[in-house]
Ligand binder design. Structure first.
Ligand SMILES: Nc1ncnc2c1ncn2[C@@H]1O[C@H](COP(=O)(O)OP(=O)(O)OP(=O)(O)O)[C@@H](O)[C@H]1O
Ligand SMILES: [Mg+2]
Length: 296
């Protein structure tokens, strides 16, 4: 009886992940569409209801770009990182905390759960410093681009996240960090998710985005790579098989699995209903799974 097979498979995974944290990062692209956000929220609530602790980190790239367009500012992204001047930082805060974060909390509520919005500033969750500049190739020449108020995480204090998760809430984290003087920095949400998964001792890191996973050919959704080892990821970045927003995502995945309790990281498609449940509770999983591969 196929239904019973599905159920027994799911029950095994539910038991395995009991009481453990799973960090889910949902990309801004996957959340532009209201029904995708609803799907993600529903899966998080179901996961929470069977005794697993999901912690959500959200991005908001398209929402930030939309507000910038409206204000006549041209968005600029270098290797998946948004060049952030003072005005862009204000827009990012508004779009991430004021819009995407609160909408996600509301979707969790209507899905039957309780979400709590947090930023990196709450409880000193993550302290960051400016990343500085990046060397990029523009046309034929190499140039230094100052990223402005883009942060990289220096320290993480997970207490506030653990406290709310223990009490049954689903933390919804906006990727705005505090600098050492109490100011704000914009941190790539993939980086936040990777570092947080490590600091929480999470068992899994799931990156939910708007593509089926890592594609060998970006134009061809059927060219999905279902499994990649850390050395294969490095090669794919060097060879340019992956680019743009996929680069910080893969770097966050490899960072988490090489240096923490996270033994698997996944990149999955949020536009497909129940892709999170499929990843967590079935043998076949979904999307691209990143594993350590051969130990060097
Ligand atoms: N080889 C590849 N396979 C799949 N996607 C790729 C590849 N190379 C680059 N990409 C791009 O990476 C994008 C995903 O990263 P992106 O940063 O745009 O989204 P996100 O991280 O989900 O959202 P946000 O940045 O708002 O949090 C895809 O939409 C795709 O355009
Ligand atoms: Mg991104």
């Amino acid at each position: 009886m196929p239904d019973m097979e599905v159920l027994s498979e799911a029950l095994r995974y539910i038991r395995r992940f009991q009481g453990l944290s799973v960090v889910v990062k949902s990309g801004g692209h996957a959340m532009v569409d209201g029904s995708t956000m609803e799907n993600i929220a529903r899966d998080l609530v179901l996961t929470r209801n069977v005794g697993i602790r999901p912690v959500l980190v959200h991005g908001g790239g398209p929402e930030i770009s939309r507000v910038m367009d409206r204000m006549g500012k041209e968005p600029r992204v270098v290797e998946g990182l948004r060049v952030t001047d003072e005005e862009t930082l204000e827009i990012a805060k508004m779009a991430l905390i004021g819009n995407v974060g609160t909408r996600m909390v509301a979707n969790i509520w209507t899905g039957g759960g309780r979400g709590v919005g947090l930023t990196g500033k709450d409880g000193g969750l993550f302290i960051a410093r400016r990343k500085g500049s990046k060397r990029v190739r523009v046309g034929g020449e190499e140039r230094e681009v100052d990223l402005g108020f883009v942060g990289e995480i220096v320290s993480i204090d997970t207490d506030v996240v653990e406290t709310v998760a223990e009490r049954g809430y689903i933390p919804v984290i906006s990727p705005i960090a505090m600098d050492e003087d109490g100011g704000s920095l914009n941190v790539n949400a993939d980086e936040v998710a990777g570092e947080l998964a490590g600091a929480l001792g999470a068992s899994k890191l799931i990156m939910v985005t708007d593509v089926p996973g890592v594609l060998r050919d970006r134009e061809d959704p059927s060219s999905l790579v279902s499994e990649m080892s850390v050395p294969e990821v490095r090669r794919a970045i060097e060879d340019g098989v992956v680019s743009g927003g996929m680069v910080p995502k893969l770097e966050a995945c490899t960072g988490a699995i090489t240096s923490s309790t996270v033994d698997r990281a996944h990149i999955i498609d949020g536009t497909r209903p129940h892709s999170i449940l499929e990843e967590l509770f079935t043998d076949r999983g979904s999307g691209t799974m990143i594993t350590l591969g051969e130990k060097i």
